[in-house]
Structure formats: C-alpha cells, structure tokens
Write a protein that binds this ligand. Structure first.
Ligand code: SF4
Ligand code: SF4
Length: 472
C-alpha cells in the first residue's frame, strides 16, 4: 500500500510490546455487528462439532480417531493402517497446498473464522472474562487496582473456570486419540486408577490454560507459523481486511456542522473504534500487518461509526490492496493458476489411491533362503509365507488360489481366518508340474479370496533348477 513515509514507524515494533520490552496487555472492546454475529454462529457450530464428534460411532468405532500410540487411524468411519500412511501424507500435502492457495486468494480468513485459537479465545475465554470482569475498560481498571476482595474473587473465579474448561478440552482432545470409551474409563477409574496419566492431563490442561489466560494474541502474532508465512503468501490481489485510505484520508475529527468534502477531510473521523476492538492491538489504518488475524471486528466497528455519521459503510472492508489503490477487481494470476493445478492433481491422485485401496493388504514372499524342492518325481515345490492385513471390522476367512493350469497350493496349518483390524500369517507350498517349469524363475499370480470376492492379486516368482536356463 502506498503509505506516507512517516506512517511506517509502526513496522519497527510489535503492537503488544512496549519500548522497554514489557508486554502491553490488550483489552479489546467487545465487537458488535453483522460479521460478528456470523462469526458467533460459525464458532459455536464448530465448537459443537468438536465436542460432539467423539461421541459419534460408526459400526461401534469412533467417527474420527488419531491413535498415534497404537497406530490406529479412523477418518469418517474408514479405518487406516500404517500401510496407508502414503494416503495420509498426500492428504496433508493437498491440505497444505489448499491452505496456501486459499491464503493467496482470501488472505488470513482462516485465522478469523475457523482457527481453534481464535474460536476458543474470542468465543469462550474472552466471553467468560467479559461476564466476570466486565467490559474492556472495567478490565483495565481491575488490573490497575490494588488487590482487594472484589478483585480477588473475580480473578480467582475467572482463572478457576479457565482451568476447568482447559481440563475438559484436553480430555476431549484425548478422546480423538484414544476414543471416548477409554476416556470415560479413565475418568471412572479416578486419579488413583492412573496417577501418571492424571498428572499428564493436569499438565496438558495447564499448558492449554496458559495459552488462553496469558499468551493469548501472542500465539497469532509471534508463535503461529501460519501467521509468519503471511508475508510470502499474500500479494496485492489477496482479499484481506483493508482500510480504504483513498476514501478515509486525510482523516480528521467529526464535526456535524462542517462539510468534510469542502474542508478537504476524508471519511475517517479518527474515532479509534477500529483500534479499540482489535484483539491484536493494531491500527488497521496503517495497512496490511502480520498481526492482523482478519477477525473483522474493525469492519463492524467502523460500519457502526459510518452509520452514525451518515457515510456509506465499508471504509474498512474485505478488499485487496489493488482494489483499494486502483479500483480493480481480483484477477486470476499465474500463482493462483499454478496452485490450482497442483491442488487438482493431488486431489485426483488421492481419489484414485482411495479407490484402489483394498480391504485386505497381502504380501507373499518365498521363505528366506529357500530354493525349489523336489516334491515328488513329477513336481517341484516352493515354500512361501503370506502376510495379510485385515482393514475391516470383521473377521475374514481367506482362501489363496492360483490358476489350476499353473499349479496347486497346499496350505500348512488351520484354514486361514484373519481377525478384524489384525494381521494374519501363514505358510504354504506351491506345487508345479516339472513339465510346466521352463525356466529358473517363473512368473506367477496369486489371488486372495474371501467370501467369494477377489480381495487382492499378488505377483510372485516360482524358483526352478538353474539348469533349465542353460538347456534353453
Ligand atoms: S473506526 Fe473508521 S472512522 Fe473510526 S478511526 Fe477507524 S477507520 Fe476511522
Ligand atoms: S485489524 Fe481488524 S481484522 Fe485485523 S485483527 Fe485487528 S480488528 Fe481484527
């Protein structure tokens, strides 16, 4: 944005750090307005989803489970195993490309509307704070005041509730890792039932509490890597929360008796409302800043001011820097095109890999160190091991077959049944007529059958005597 030279000093410091290096605590005014109301709806819907999903089961299993300890993953009822890790990695890459593409076009909209940090901070913890300590100026006065009974009970109650919410939240996070049933068991057993686990939960809850009671906007401003990336992801066409400096400048105090156009004043009346509501303590009129989480609080605040002074809304609005500077619309540039192509290719690849994912994954290997055996005067045999991973939620009887014209399979041990979500192993012989073994290495194909369905097809080799090659 074309800014006057003297306005750029704000870039030399962090809005929440004083000259002497001390933290400047932000006391944002509670936002009001249309966009805030939409954010309330989105946030409480997402919180409802977060706290409800662990209770939902599909065929007796959680809808979502990310059990890294036992390497068990369930995504919307579909179970994934470590062997499916490539799907997870590709999905993560696609997700990152999606986030990059989305940020290039829509800026940091994720931070303001969907990020758990913002949702918990603004719509859970901050709302409790307003209830207990009052509005932003009451909170400031309370903090500046010496400790008395009123301050003591308000602070104690607030921090106790913050900690209890943190404890409940980390138990729900745990439910996404080990499942709600096991979380209920842990709670029912009480602290004495698993003292180390309970202390662990208290520590995690303390970390969660500290993020929202102390760190707050510092997570978005200093710690979050996504926030740090904005500088390289945003360009002049990205849609961000922008101040229309063409319309707002030169700013000047409001005087109902004067014609602002005639006296050469812009629409900004220097009321500071946009700064007062900002949860990261910045002044959006300084232009794009890394601290801006696109929460839209300043849009709502400024729109209300514009209504009061009978000016059109949108002095602060969603717009790109180019739109503000040149009055142009968002264009589909090369960078957006490139990210779109990469994202589409990844989505197609992931869709294809999901479509060919089988319920049973099998591996057949010849027994290490074994060669061919003389089965009888007319046949050779090879000995193999088969490993089967049953990715379904039911026990599966498995049959291994091969084209009768090629040879016959002699399983060793009991009929093979692979337990649900488990790995099964077996050893078998493949017997081939000597007359059909023409080389030392014959290509063969096995079919893994279960309940009349072909579950997998595996290629392997059958070893015969080396002399067969020399005879040729
Ligand atoms: S709220 Fe609007 S009018 Fe008031 S200072 Fe901010 S930009 Fe100017
Ligand atoms: S500048 Fe506006 S959109 Fe950005 S964080 Fe502050 S209030 Fe939210």
């Amino acid at each position: 944005m074309d800014e006057p030279e003297e306005n750029n000093s704000f870039r030399d410091r962090v809005s929440t750090i004083a000259e002497d290096g001390k933290r400047l605590w932000v006391y944002p005014k509670r936002p009001k307005g249309r966009l805030f109301n939409y954010r309330v709806l989105v946030s409480y819907a997402l919180l409802l989803i977060f706290f409800t999903l662990p209770f939902i089961k599909v065929n007796g299993e959680p809808l979502l489970l990310f059990n890294f300890l036992e390497r068990k993953f369930i995504v919307f009822g579909v179970m994934f195993f470590p062997q499916d890790f490539y799907l997870f990695v590709l999905s993560m890459i696609a997700f990152i490309v999606f986030v990059v593409l989305f940020t290039v076009i829509f800026g940091r909209i994720f931070c303001g509307w969907i990020c758990p940090q913002t949702i918990f901070m603004e719509f859970v913890f901050r709302q409790i704070e307003y209830l207990i300590e009052g509005n932003n100026s009451m909170q400031r006065k309370l903090d500046e005041r010496a400790m008395d009974f009123d301050k003591f009970w308000r602070k104690s109650l607030k921090h106790l509730i913050f900690y209890l919410i943190s404890l409940v939240t980390v138990y729900f996070f745990l439910a996404y890792v080990i499942g709600m049933d096991r979380v209920k068991e842990l709670i029912a057993a009480g602290p004495a039932g698993n003292i180390a686990g309970f202390i662990g939960m208290l520590i995690f809850a303390a970390a969660h509490y500290l993020v929202f009671a102390k760190l707050r906007e510092q997570v978005c401003v200093i710690i979050c890597p996504y926030g740090r990336l904005q500088g390289v992801l945003l360009d002049r066409n990205s849609i961000i929360v922008s101040y229309d400096y063409k319309r707002g400048e030169p700013r000047g105090k409001y005087n109902p008796l004067e014609d602002r156009e005639k006296v050469g004043k812009g629409d900004c009346i220097e009321c500071n409302s946009c700064v007062l509501v900002c949860p990261t303590g910045i002044d959006i009129r300084n232009g794009t800043q890394l601290e801006c989480i696109n929460c839209t609080a300043c849009i709502d605040a400024c729109n209300q001011v514009m209504d009061r002074v009978h000016k059109p809304r949108g002095l602060i609005r969603y717009a790109s820097e180019r739109t503000i500077a040149e009055g142009t619309k968002l264009s589909f540039n090369v960078r957006i095109l490139f990210y779109s192509v990469v994202l589409s290719a990844l989505l197609i690849l992931i869709g294809y890999l999901f479509s060919i994912r089988t319920d049973i994954e099998s591996t057949i290997l010849r027994l290490p160190g074994s060669m061919y055996q003389e089965y009888d005067s007319l046949h050779y045999s090879n000995i193999y091991t088969i490993q089967l991973i049953n990715k379904t939620r039911k026990d599966l009887p498995v049959d291994l077959t091969i084209d009768e014209a090629v040879g016959s399979i002699k399983m060793m041990g009991d009929p093979l049944v692979v337990k649900k979500e488990d790995v099964g192993k077996a050893t078998f012989l493949l017997v081939m007529e000597k007359a059909k073994v023409k080389t030392s290495l014959t290509e063969i194909e096995f079919k893994v059958m279960s309940e009349g369905r072909v579950m997998d097809e595996i290629e392997a080799t059958f070893v015969g005597p080396n002399e067969l090659d020399t005879k040729k």
